[in-house]
Write a protein that binds this ligand. Sequence first.
Ligand code: C2E
Ligand code: CA
Ligand code: CA
Length: 445
Amino acid sequence: MGSLTLGADDSMESDRRDALTGLVDAVQAKAKIARWLSDWPADAGACPLHAMLVAVGRIETVNLAYGADTGDSALAEIAQRISHFAADEFESVPWFAARVAGSTFLLVARESCSRERWQWFAEALADVVSMPIVSPEVGGGTVRLWPRIALMRTAEGDDPDRILDQLAMALQSARQEHGRRVAWVTGKLAHVSVSNQQLEADMLAAIDRDEIEIVFQPQFEMADDTLIGAEALARWQHPQIGRLGANTLFTLAERTDHVAQLSRHIAERALALAAGWPKKVKLSLNVTPADLAAATFPIEFLSLLRRSGFPPDRLTIEITEQVLLADLEEVTRALNPLKAAGVSIALDDFGAGYSNFRYLKILPLDILKLDRSMVEGISEDSRDLAVLRAITAMARALNLRVVAEGVEHEEQREALAAEGVEYYQGFLRSVPLDHPAFQALLETD
Ligand code: C2E
Ligand code: CA
Ligand code: CA
């Protein structure tokens, strides 16, 4: 499950997991917090824990309207979104996600980040959680669940019960205040930059001042570990708040309607940097559903690509399954001109959520990127391996190349290689690198 990744805390407690979501349960969550608190050196000040309680409303309504199966798969999907988001955002910080009650989730990170960062993270997570959930039970229709989130930073003397009680109380008071989505345990919202106006100004300034950093995660050939390309990933180094991950950055950009500007900026920068790479090295760029939805996207993107001088046949764009909620024909219309120009199209995060195989036939795809939640269990779990086998067989039948991502352990790499997966990326070989470090890697390759 997505909660066990490099940064995630995976030490030894007996493995009590919630059957529905694969997350740990309330008892385990308290045990983990207790251990973090007691392991923290006494002379190092208070243990820097940040916690949030995420409660989704309306689940009973969904159960009543569509049946308990729909409610259950919606909760499983939300658990997956929370884990995925946290795994991306925390990188090497220890964290875990738990389901502590029916539709209430707990997320804890051992990190001394600013209150603002924690709050922005919560706001972005709330956006992700409330995106429509495709539900097989409602005939491929969607359900939506809106979360409320309580936040806290632990203080000296906190214990697990007290932490959960305080969060529950804050959630309760948020419920009583109409329209309040995120509340702090202290009752006060962090005041810096929470307004959309401030955020918007910050974001535009960040683009102008080049505070948006682009890192490159190398991709390798499975057979012989040849470096074949890199995926560009954005980071925001905010002067006051600190480093914000790409997910937070993009959900906040979406909220302030600046996705197009941000995407253009990243594409221009990444293409300019990649122009100097050796000819055999490819570049992958992520494209959001909001980008694709703009009618002018293909024309603008192609003219930007032309201006950059980067060869289209060395470029891949990655789209996520989230675009599939939109009109498939429209998405195909947006992608076809890019494909005709020689750009490869990859379907990202495949297997992370509700994956409808029909999409693979309809969309003009070249590459399937296996989500890291698919990769995680393959060396231990025979069912995970069976799913992988089915997917690679289907990819082969459809003439799609397969890239595995989130490969962290040698055993995973071996299992993927045995199934004929051709390419991979992941912490096993390299974390995302800043451009000078990536160039250094190119030189040694
Ligand atoms: P993604 O496209 O699935 O990117 C892979 C994410 O997994 C990256 O997080 C990367 O740092 C992380 N990752 C790579 N290898 C490993 C591994 O072995 N283990 C684990 N646990 N994680 C690994 P990042 O950079 O935070 O990006 C998160 C998401 O934000 C991306 O998911 C992508 O959807 C989006 N994103 C990032 N940069 C951009 C961008 O420039 N434009 C757009 N539109 N979206 C972006
Ligand atoms: Ca991607
Ligand atoms: Ca991905």
